[in-house]
Design a protein around this ligand. Structure first.
Ligand SMILES: [Fe+2]
Length: 284
């Protein structure tokens, strides 16, 4: 790795995101490319077991290949100190929660538009509200062990750049999302949709919300967020300003509470490998 794990962790803690060129060396990259297939995102083929129960199921199904591949990927994560990086960011223990690898076919559509991973998608959908409260409660709880908050290690297995599959993350946006979550959770504001960047901006721009946020976040940071995200009001609601253009083997490591999007893989297919580490809450 080019940077030390302290430098990477500090950057993620401060800005919510860091990128690392060549996080995988050539040997590991080639070995990974040899074992990964090209499954769709979210398909059962895209996941590698990480917990005992998941390994057990794979063994019952005699899927030794998946078990071996998972051990191999976990070994790489250990060598690269992913757990330590996540723990430095959280300031508490962290646990590997998920490994997956998926393939996006060449397309003119964004892989996923600007959003954060925890926000309420649609306030009128009771299920979306339930999902939010479960995740937010686990994230900020001092009663539940496993947080829903994670650090995502997003490793590109193909070259990516603007307009060709690059991931973009808006720096410091994790602090805004986190504060909106706790305002809703603590009943300081009514629940609102804020999954998409457009809806999040509308919430932050409301005078009473902005005032409440400014008690936790410096007003300059809030205005900075609003400036950085103005583009979402444009006719073409996008910008390449926050794209991470990386060669294969490079990674973006980010707090899942950050606002991010996956750009359209307009020129080539895209393959990514992801590791997610969840925070272990300190219990009262
Ligand atoms: Fe996401």
């Amino acid at each position: 790795m080019e940077q030390s794990i302290e430098i990477i962790s500090n950057e993620i803690r401060e800005k919510g995101v860091a990128s690392v060129n060549n996080i995988l060396d050539q040997d590991d990259l080639e070995n990974i490319l040899r074992i990964v297939k090209k499954p769709k995102k979210g398909s059962s083929d895209s996941y590698f077991p990480t917990r005992f129960s998941q390994f057990f199921i794979k063994l019952i199904k005699l899927d030794f290949k998946k078990v071996n591949n998972s051990f191999f990927l976990k070994k790489i994560a250990k060598k690269l100190d992913f757990k330590k990086i996540a723990e430095n960011v959280f300031g508490t223990e962290a646990e590997l929660q998920m490994i997956d690898c998926y393939h996006n076919k060449q397309s003119n559509d964004h892989i996923l538009s600007w959003h954060n991973d925890i926000g309420i998608r649609d306030i009128n959908n009771p299920n979306a509200l339930k999902i939010f409260y479960n995740a937010a409660d686990a994230t900020f709880s001092t009663k539940k062990k496993n947080s829903a908050r994670g650090i995502k290690f997003f490793i590109n297995l193909t070259d990516v750049k603007s307009d060709n599959g690059s991931l973009a993350v808006i720096p410091y946006s994790d602090k805004i999302v986190k504060s909106v979550c706790s305002l809703i959770l603590n009943k300081k504001i009514n629940p609102v949709s804020f999954w998409s960047l457009k809806s999040l901006r509308q919430v932050v721009n409301q005078k009473p919300v902005k005032e409440l946020l400014s008690k936790e976040i410096h007003i300059e940071k809030i205005e900075n967020f609003l400036d950085n995200t103005k583009f979402i009001e444009n006719e073409t609601p996008d910008t390449s300003r926050f794209d991470f253009n990386l060669k294969r083997g490079g990674a973006v490591i980010f707090d899942e509470l950050s606002v991010h999007r996956g750009s359209a893989p307009k020129k080539t297919d895209r393959i990514v490998l992801r590791f997610v580490y969840k925070k272990i809450n300190v219990l009262n």
